[in-house]
Write a protein of this length. Structure first.
Length: 77
């Protein structure tokens, strides 16, 4: 079953709910999900900067194949 079908089934189920405790719990889940926001916002500045440097390196072609990295670090693996 794909995600769209599951969502539609949930919408249909929710629309028929009469139990307010379930509706309250769903509202709590929705609010908690909204509050969690994006994982990016939970990173500290140093972690974000490191990711940005990595993405810049990729854009500018400063990468190495996996096999090269394995050869360099195989003694640690």
């Amino acid at each position: 079953m794909n995600i769209q079908t599951e969502k539609l089934e949930l919408i249909e189920w929710i629309s028929k709910l009469k139990d307010t405790s379930v509706i309250d719990r769903l509202r709590e889940i929705k609010n908690a999900h909204k509050a969690s926001d994006d994982w990016w916002n939970e990173l500290d500045e140093e972690e974000r900067a490191s990711i940005e440097r990595g993405l810049k390196d990729i854009k500018e072609g400063r990468t190495h194949p996996h096999e090269t990295a394995r050869k360099i670090y195989e003694k640690y693996l």
